[in-house]
Design a protein around this ligand. Structure first.
Ligand SMILES: [Zn+2]
Length: 434
């Protein structure tokens, strides 16, 4: 009985609020009764305010905008002065950013409409309200953010961006997979047709409606070159907010060294002690570096943390940088158009240390990457490179517990019928270049 009364009461409420939204002078006979949700933005209701939206234009100042809307100068100064502690309107308005003026509906019949609040949107999420309806109040606000967890699968035909695009998934996911998660284990320029992946990720929405792209990848699985690579996101230091990706055995997905010193280059010549070159009459001219061809000006990154021990120009090497990483490893980057670091400087993995060029002996723009282990030049692709910081023993148990249900979820995602694994045998032009 109680329940029935509750239902009846709820229905009545819906009906009452529905009636409230139907204006009396409208002919409502043929229209269905619609329950309208009161629209509230920045904490103000459209019921009480008219929203006038615009963007800051060149030459606009807070004073000019308000003056244009019939607020007089003594008042403008007063508002700006009062608002200053929270937000300095005089200096912080940026051309192109949206703003909203609120006009109280109670005054709309007045011959001159005056706004009672100015709202400036610094970003999609953040805004500042300067409310001068009665007393002057300034405060900052944030639009409500919603994260929606999703899963995706894909099979590579040509490259990952294309596969994601076909599925209507933001390209940001490709960056996260290629740069954050698998940069050390998979060379995304050498993906094979038939390589496939599954991901659990979150999409971010502002105000329920504005899609801002992939926010985060919680877990991923990639089949490449016969390997199955799992990656799980895990916070290793909640105070410092440090998170990393680890595999199913709690090993860090990052390595102490990047696979390549350039982002979108192509290996044009590998480390080869028996290389024969026509120019030298097919005599053996060992190549102890790895050449990455890339356009002039492409940033060259330090493949690991270390100290710059040389940044100079010499003979066939041209302009180069040499970095000492620790007692065991040293790397060198040749033929730069320009160096970006000085001797003695400490650099972090991924820092730009120079730009691709053609200085020294070189037939085309590339960076010759040399890799020393214990004073001997070796092939970086053949090294078992050290892992970046492993997960601590005390955290490892917690990590494995945390990952168990997520791994099961990943395993339970099936590849679609339209994604057969048998497609593998076609070789695209990209791979035949190597
Ligand atoms: Zn070389």
């Amino acid at each position: 009985m109680q329940l029935r009364r509750l239902i009846a009461f709820t229905l009545l409420l819906v009906f009452v609020s529905a009636c409230k939204d139907v204006k009396p002078n409208e002919d409502t006979n043929e229209q269905p009764v619609v329950v309208k949700k009161e629209k509230v933005e920045f904490g103000f209701s459209e019921k009480h305010y008219e929203f006038k939206r615009d963007t800051i234009r060149k030459g606009d100042t807070f004073g000019i905008i308000l003056d244009r809307n019939h607020i007089g100068y003594p008042k403008i100064f007063q508002i700006a002065e009062k608002a200053k502690d929270t937000f300095d309107i005089a200096t912080k308005l940026q051309v192109g950013k949206p703003y909203t003026l609120l006009f109280p509906k109670e005054n709309l019949s007045d011959s001159i409409k005056k706004p009672s609040a100015f709202i400036y949107q610094q970003s999609l999420e953040d805004y500042v309200v300067i409310d001068f309806k009665d007393s002057i109040q300034t405060y900052k606000g944030k639009k409500p953010i919603k994260y929606v967890e999703k899963t995706a699968t894909g099979v590579i035909k040509n490259n990952i961006s294309e596969t994601l695009e076909e599925k209507g998934i933001s390209y940001k996911l490709a960056y996260i997979l290629a740069d954050d998660i698998y940069a050390w284990t998979i060379d995304f320029r050498r993906l094979q047709p038939g390589d496939r992946f599954k991901v659990i990720y979150t999409d971010k929405y502002i105000n329920d409606s504005i899609y801002t792209g992939v926010h985060d990848v919680k877990a991923a699985y990639f089949e490449h070159n016969g390997d199955s690579l799992y990656a799980f996101e895990f916070v290793t230091d909640s105070i410092k907010g440090i998170r990393d990706y680890f595999n199913e055995e709690a090993k860090n997905m990052r390595r102490a060294f990047l696979k390549s010193p350039v982002k979108f280059g192509r290996v044009s010549s590998r480390y080869n002690l028996k290389r024969r070159i026509a120019y030298y009459g097919y005599k053996i001219r060992p190549h102890k570096g790895t050449d990455f061809a890339a356009p002039i000006g492409t940033p060259i990154m330090a493949t690991a943390n270390g100290t710059v021990i040389e940044s100079t120009r010499r003979g066939g090497n041209g302009k180069y940088v040499k970095i000492r990483h620790n007692d065991t490893y040293t790397t060198q980057y040749l033929h730069m158009s320009k160096q970006a670091v000085k001797k003695g400087q400490f650099v972090k993995q991924g820092d730009v240390i120079g730009y691709v060029g053609m200085t020294g002996n070189t037939g085309g723009p590339h960076v010759c990457y040399r890799f020393w282990k214990n004073g001997r030049q070796v092939d970086p692709f053949k090294q078992k490179l050290p892992q970046a910081e492993p997960i601590g023993d005390s955290l490892k148990v917690k990590y494995l517990e945390h990952v168990k249900p997520i791994k099961k979820r990943l395993d339970d995602i099936f590849f679609l019928q339209a994604e057969p694994k048998e497609k593998v045998n076609t070789i695209t032009e990209d791979q035949s270049i190597q």
